[in-house]
Design a protein around this ligand. Structure first.
Ligand SMILES: Cc1ncc(COP(=O)(O)O)c(C=O)c1O
Length: 457
């Protein structure tokens, strides 16, 4: 790359002087500096050197509509001018938060039509855990306080959720954690921890979940939480009957099933909520990223009428909420985005774009370093391996993941490559055919460059 322009140099200098970044080794950041962006349009991002990049993970899996929607910006501005702030604490409500709740409830499965607004996804899951414990407690089952989740799952980094997250990098410095979190292996058939194959395995992974609940004592288990498609853990898609079996197990042991749709909701997988693919209705849904499409932060926790009645009949007060819970401007953004999803049939159109997306993804199997590709809707993963036969990981010293990520950036693709060398793809739902083709042309260039150099070194 050539000389940097003056603006880039000045911004880098100030970033390095003042900003503390997450999710990057700080020494590396000091050596490399930031990659600075000035604007976005649709699925494109433009850096301070004027170079273009495809936003291939839709921000952090949230920019469903891409960048530059003036109608969303206008809805927020109008709300700010009319009523800048109102809480939902103490029974207050703006007309906007009520319209938001009604709109969201119209898309939720089963009778999960009671929604609690949150500001971040971790908080949506904490709200779920707190409501679950309140529900058990009000029914005389105070001992049910533990959470079961998958290894490699991601449910947030707040102290109340980081233990449910099954990626130890996120909690190893913060031990001991509050709460009691148990993990079971994820239903990841490509790397089955039991060395079995589906369907001959008869879903041993679901049996293991049941065995764990029994061994721990069902009277101590409050919730089971899972992403329908694992995002941060590497786009893991469970086999056919796994989630229906999980539903039965939760019912059998009076464990509340929390469906974490934070990534998968709002059309990401071709349906409003991904668990619909398996015909399963959970007890609690947490969601958000796509709900405001990245324009402002808003999440939600939806509970079933059965849970709500236990709380309301006991005249319970929820001691949960934050300063910005139910803030009307963020609700206006969410309401507008959901209206756009409906009016422009974005979810249906994404389901059809997914066919083309899957074709592009599968074409990557021509490279010997691609072990498996997976997708549901416009959420896709490419798992790289050193040896396709044995499915062996690359030796750590080859730094395949970081090298690929750097090459992708050089070729104009912003995405994530997880620890397990899985490239995550999650473009805006509105991406068109030509941009999708361009994205995969760039990905291919990066893979060819890195595959040739690193895989054989
Ligand atoms: C599945 C899932 N749940 C929860 C969260 C937490 O959301 P937040 O980062 O807004 O706290 C995330 C964040 O990426 C997520 O992917």
């Amino acid at each position: 790359m050539g000389e940097e322009n003056e603006l880039t140099r000045a911004l880098k200098e100030k970033d390095l002087a003042y900003l503390l970044h997450p999710l990057v080794p700080l020494g590396n950041h000091e050596a490399n500096g930031p990659l600075v962006f000035l604007r976005g349009e649709g699925c494109w991002l433009y850096d301070s050197e004027g170079r273009d990049y495809v936003d291939a993970t839709a921000g952090l899996w949230n920019c469903q509509l891409g960048h530059g929607r003036k109608d969303v910006a206008r809805a927020v501005a109008e709300q700010m001018e009319r009523l800048a702030y109102l809480t939902t604490f103490g029974g207050l409500a703006s007309d906007t938060i009520i319209a938001w709740a009604e709109k969201l409830a119209s898309h939720l499965p089963g009778d999960l039509t009671r929604v609690f607004p949150n500001v971040i996804g971790s908080e949506a899951n904490e709200t779920a855990f707190k409501i679950a414990r309140t529900y058990h407690s009000l029914r005389g089952r105070q001992g049910k306080f533990k959470t079961v989740s998958h290894s490699r799952s991601y449910h947030g980094v707040s102290m109340g959720t980081v233990g449910a997250t099954g990626l130890p990098d996120y909690w190893r410095r913060y031990l001991p954690l509050p709460g009691n979190n148990l993990h079971v292996p994820a239903p990841h058939c490509y790397r089955c921890p039991y060395g079995r194959s589906y369907p001959a395995c008869d879903l041993l992974c679901a049996d293991v979940l049941e065995q764990l609940i029994v061994a721990e004592d069902p009277d101590t288990i409050s919730t089971f939480i899972a992403e329908p498609v694992m995002g941060g853990g590497g786009i893991v898609i469970a086999p056919g009957e796994y989630f229906p079996r999980v539903r039965q197990i939760c019912d059998k042991y009076d464990v509340l099933y929390v469906d974490d749709e934070v990534i998968t909701g709002f059309g990401r997988t071709g349906k409003w909520f991904a668990l619909e693919h398996w015909g399963v209705v959970p007890d609690i849904v947490t969601m958000g990223k796509g709900m405001t499409a990245g324009y402002l932060p808003m999440f939600a926790t939806a509970i079933s009428q059965r849970i709500y009645r236990v709380l309301a009949d006991a005249n319970e007060t929820l001691y949960q909420g934050f300063t910005y819970t139910g803030q009307p401007a963020i609700a206006a953004a969410a309401l507008k985005v959901m209206q756009i999803l409906d009016e422009e049939r974005v979810v249906e159109r994404a389901a059809s774009t997914a066919t083309l997306f899957a074709r592009h993804l599968h074409s990557l199997l021509e490279y010997p370093w691609v072990g498996e590709v997976r997708n549901l809707g416009l959420l896709g993963g490419v798992e790289f391996v050193a040896d396709r036969q044995t499915r062996a990981y690359f030796p750590a010293e080859r730094r395949f993941g970081p090298t690929l990520l750097a090459a992708l950036r050089r070729h104009g693709v912003i995405t994530r490559v997880t620890k397990h060398e899985i490239m995550a793809l999650c473009p805006p739902l509105t991406i068109g055919e030509a941009d999708l083709a361009e994205l995969f042309r760039r990905i291919r260039s990066a893979i060819e460059e890195v595959g040739g150099a690193v895989a054989t070194s």
